[in-house]
Design a protein around this ligand. Structure first.
Ligand code: PDD
Length: 284
């Protein structure tokens, strides 16, 4: 069935929604995006995603085309028009169409696109079995805190993982794990401490990360924000990832080495439960 998507102020059947061949998102990956999950027909952490969008746009000197209220209204309209009970809303803002030139256009007219993806997120087979990951070098650009649409290397990483019989890749820079191809990475040490890389320009400041760390601290779990190595992760009791589309997902194997028991561990399992319970309560 055809979806209704949003393009520059209009709600259209997906077949009729078009963007210019001169769009800078297409020509230069000059655009940013957000993915917000929907459970029970409600938005998870909308405010966090709207704020990060504003920050990404600001870092690229791109005007913010929509107020937070207008953005919320579009998200809700798409949920209603597509009868979405569970899945994601993808949002992309580019600097718009202009004759090809490396310099930014003087008066950019941003392109805004949103569409829904229906998907079962809560009842996920991977949450029961855990994921296998491989490590790859992190050769992305240096401003990973800006959520740009330059996703070719993460795509290549995902394909390398698939070829190796794994589900995803963790990226490594200067000997330390930065993050997963589209998620933040964590380990649980033998003493039960949750370790995840500190924030900086090297990783995306995950909205799910912020919520999960808050819930972990509230549940008296110890959290340490610092870099860790692949070797440390292979010796860890547990590992997991977080993102808007996976919530908290256990990782049970890294470069062929089982982590802990090789099965989803109690910390990741508990954090997934807490995250789902708390965010469902707060969903808008
Ligand atoms: N990816 N790190 C990277 C590189 C990401 O692309 C993402 C999200 C995250 C997690 O951020 P959040 O918790 O705010 O979703 C971390 C989205 C889901 C995607 O590209 O589909």
């Amino acid at each position: 069935m055809s979806r209704t998507v949003y393009v520059n102020g209009a709600y259209l059947p997906e077949e009729e929604a078009k963007v210019s061949v001169f769009d800078r998102g297409f020509l230069f990956a000059d655009g940013v995006y957000e993915v917000t999950s929907v459970i029970d027909g409600k938005l998870i952490d909308f405010e966090g995603h709207a704020r990060r969008l504003a920050r990404s746009l600001g870092e690229l000197e791109m005007p913010n085309p929509l107020t937070e209220d207008a953005l919320l209204a579009i998200h809700r309209e798409l949920v209603a028009r597509n009868d979405l009970t569970e899945g994601m809303i993808y949002l992309q803002v580019t600097r718009g169409a202009a004759d090809r030139d490396f310099a930014y256009p003087k008066d950019p007219d941003p392109t805004v696109v949103l569409f829904t993806q229906a998907r079962s997120l809560v009842d996920s087979p991977a949450a029961r079995t855990g994921m296998k990951v491989i490590s790859i070098p992190d050769i992305r650009w240096g401003r990973r805190d800006i959520k740009t649409v330059q996703l070719l290397y993460p795509s290549m990483g995902k394909m390398a993982a698939k070829k190796a019989g794994a589900d995803d890749a963790w990226m490594v820079e200067d000997g330390f794990v930065t993050e997963g191809t589209s998620n933040n990475a964590y380990i649980v040490t033998r003493t039960g401490k949750i370790v995840t890389r500190h924030l900086g320009e090297e990783i995306l400041h995950g909205i799910t990360r912020a919520a999960v760390l808050r819930f972990a601290r509230e549940a008296q779990m110890e959290v340490e924000e610092r870099p860790f190595t692949i070797a440390e992760a292979q010796e860890a009791e547990e590992a997991f990832i977080t993102s808007a589309s996976t919530f908290v997902m256990p990782v049970v194997e890294l470069d062929g080495t089982p982590i802990g028991t090789g099965k989803p561990g109690p910390v990741a399992t508990r954090l997934r439960e807490i995250y789902l319970e708390e965010t469902r309560k707060a969903a808008t």
